[in-house]
Design a protein around this ligand. Structure first.
Ligand SMILES: *Cc1c(COP(=O)(O)O)cnc(C)c1O
Length: 421
């Protein structure tokens, strides 16, 4: 394992040393890049506030992490210090959380799940284009995902000119319906599609459901399709592998090529921070030949991006280490389970999966007052069928208790605290 807990002093020292290795716009002679520290009038570099935070210090120093830095030979040297810490973050997530072999994955800190998902579609579209000499005709490629998948795949399919076929799910188990898969396979064949970009969800946004790759694979592999698999772990990537430790969506499964994760959800990093990880040997599919002013590979969708985001992830990961992180997310899963037990006692119709911190309650069991008071989010703002509760860090026992008291009251049952063994 590469991941361990460091003391705060050690983390800060590592970041200070990394910043030293970066270009220092105040003192160095660097003149060739359209980059500088943050505006000095607005963000004073000598502010004492900065002394207390290596994150803010990095924000003001303003390193650009353009490109990908998991391949040592290829980095822009102006910011090599903090870029190395980004590579360490990718290594921890790839090897320790997603169980890749040592040195087998590349990746970068993206702007979030949407970018990671589109980056994956872009990579595989171009892979198919080159391998089958498709030119600009993408009509033989389709994205297949479930109807519970995130809408970023619709964005990506639209941008990249790809078919997208959605497989329906069972309303209670949220598992894909085999009949619907068969229908979409027939649709593919009817439209001349024989190359598939398959999306597997590691926790969907609305239900926290996790796809089983075998549910798709058995039928798809019986056909003459070439399939590339991307896992959308935007929601679940920092939670599910810890709460369900034998979960199967990881790099040990060689059918899977890439993952996206969000750091601005469960990891509580600043917005604009996600991760994209992919097996080595795939970055070049999205390398734009004309990105010549960037030394190293800019095969990313985003281009310039703040190194402070990578530092935020670095600080969070190494401040916890794997054991404390597991404790933290187990706590969320535990609170969620308590809530679920109460809902079962109340005979409320709801959906909750083992190890998830999401509970989705059927609309018939919730009043508009309750959903408004507790800020519950509907699956569809025009015609809601479900309302979800997401047990995040701030959703503590006292708040859950208040909610339950209101709910018991609505169901005309006296509130009964649970006694857990
Ligand atoms: C949030 C989310 C996304 C999109 O992530 P952004 O960070 O908003 O771009 C994609 N997939 C899933 C499952 C999500 O929960």
């Amino acid at each position: 394992m590469n991941w361990r807990r460091y003391s705060k002093a050690q983390i800060n020292q590592n970041i200070e040393e990394a910043l030293e290795q970066n270009v220092n716009f105040y003192d160095d002679l660097a003149m060739g890049v359209p980059a500088s520290h943050l505006d000095g009038e607005e963000f004073a570099s000598n502010s004492q506030i900065l002394e207390g935070s290596t994150y803010l210090k990095t924000l003001v120093a303003n390193p650009n992490h353009i490109g990908v830095h998991t391949d040592e030979s290829e980095s822009e040297n102006f910011f090599s210090g903090t870029q190395k810490l980004e590579a360490e973050v990718i290594k921890v997530i790839g090897e320790d959380i997603l169980r890749a072999d040592a040195e087998s994955v590349d990746g970068y800190v993206s702007s979030g799940g949407t970018e990671g998902n589109i980056q994956a579609l872009w990579t595989y579209r171009n892979y198919f284009r080159k391998r089958y000499d498709l030119g600009k005709d993408y009509s033989s490629i389709a994205v297949i995902c479930s109807t519970d998948s995130h809408y970023s795949f619709d964005k990506g399919a639209d941008l990249l000119n790809l078919h997208i076929f959605k497989v329906e799910v069972d309303q209670n188990t949220r598992k894909i319906k085999q009949q619907s898969l068969e229908k979409q396979i027939d649709n593919c064949k009817a439209q001349g599609v024989d190359k598939i970009i398959l999306i597997c969800n590691m926790m969907t946004t609305m239900f926290g459901s996790v796809d089983d790759l075998d549910d798709y694979w058995n039928k798809l592999s019986a056909e003459n399709f070439e399939v590339k698999v991307h896992v959308d772990g935007a929601y679940g990537g920092f939670l599910y592998p810890f709460t369900v430790t034998d979960q199967k969506l990881n790099f040990k499964d060689d059918r899977i090529t890439s993952f996206s994760l969000d750091a601005h959800k469960m990891l509580q990093a600043p917005y604009g921070t996600g991760l994209f990880l992919i097996r080595k040997g795939n970055l070049h599919h999205t390398l734009t030949d004309t990105a010549q002013y960037v030394s190293g590979m800019d095969c990313t969708l985003i281009g310039s991006r703040s190194g402070a985001n990578a530092i935020a992830v670095y600080k969070i990961l190494f401040n916890y280490g794997p054991f404390d992180w597991k404790e933290k997310v187990d706590r969320l899963a535990y609170r969620t389970k308590m809530l679920a037990t109460h809902l079962t006692n109340l005979k409320v119709k709801f959906i909750h999966f083992e190890g998830s911190n999401i509970i989705t309650i059927h609309k018939n069991y919730i009043t508009p007052e309750i959903s408004g008071k507790y800020g519950l989010v509907p699956d569809n703002h025009h015609d809601p069928s479900w309302y979800k509760i997401v047990v995040m860090d701030h959703v503590r026992g006292d708040k859950i208790r208040k909610f339950l008291e209101d709910l018991y009251h609505h169901h005309e049952v006296e509130f009964q605290p649970l006694v857990f063994p």
